[in-house]
Write a protein that binds this ligand. Structure first.
Ligand SMILES: [Zn+2]
Length: 185
């Protein structure tokens, strides 16, 4: 376990990193694969199976979250992805929050998918409460898009790694500027 990353941030990070563009590795190839992944990641998976629609909604949720994390890193977010995530959330059974020694999120539904969403929203809420939501970011490089936790003091990290993606993108931008003749300094 990565001790530098608080647990709720790790929940969201791992959810987003279930797809790795760099290796084109999709952990959720089928509804059964998604169900297995959830079980492996300590989500309370009910006996009900997940269908193709659940799989699509889970992916929409993941890519919407990734867009939010891109924005945290100062990159352009996909509004379309965020909208798809919003419509997944809007389609869910109503959720209520109860107070008394801490807020509890309660879902009217208790399907596996409801529980997944509930757990994610709870993790996001805990990140926000702890003031660390904006430390959770996603890399800008289109072949990477890796979600990471920025532990830097001033929360300024823009890429998963400065040596890897950060350098590649900087070189690409330099090359683009040079080729259009607008290079200065
Ligand atoms: Zn990267």
């Amino acid at each position: 376990m990565d001790v530098t990353v608080p647990a709720p941030a790790a929940v969201v990070r791992d959810f987003v990193n279930s797809f790795e563009p760099q290796t084109d590795e999709e952990s959720w190839g089928t509804p059964a694969a998604l169900q297995q992944w959830l079980a492996d990641h300590e989500y309370s998976v009910g006996p009900d199976g997940l269908d193709a629609l659940c799989l699509q909604r889970a992916k929409d949720l993941r890519e919407g979250l990734r867009s939010l994390l891109m924005q945290h890193a100062g990159h352009e977010a996909s509004h379309a992805a965020v909208e798809r995530m919003q419509s997944v959330l809007a389609s869910l059974a109503p959720m209520t929050s109860l107070g008394l020694g801490g807020t509890v999120l309660v879902s009217a539904g208790d399907t596996t998918f409801d529980l997944v969403v509930l757990r994610l929203l709870e993790a996001v809420r805990r990140c926000e409460t702890a003031g660390i939501w904006d430390r959770l970011k996603a890399c800008e490089r289109s072949s990477c898009l890796w979600a990471y936790y920025d532990t830097s003091r001033n929360r300024s990290r823009r890429w998963c790694s400065m040596e890897g993606c950060g350098n590649v993108l900087k070189m690409q931008r330099r090359a683009a500027r040079t080729s259009t003749g607008t290079a200065r300094h």
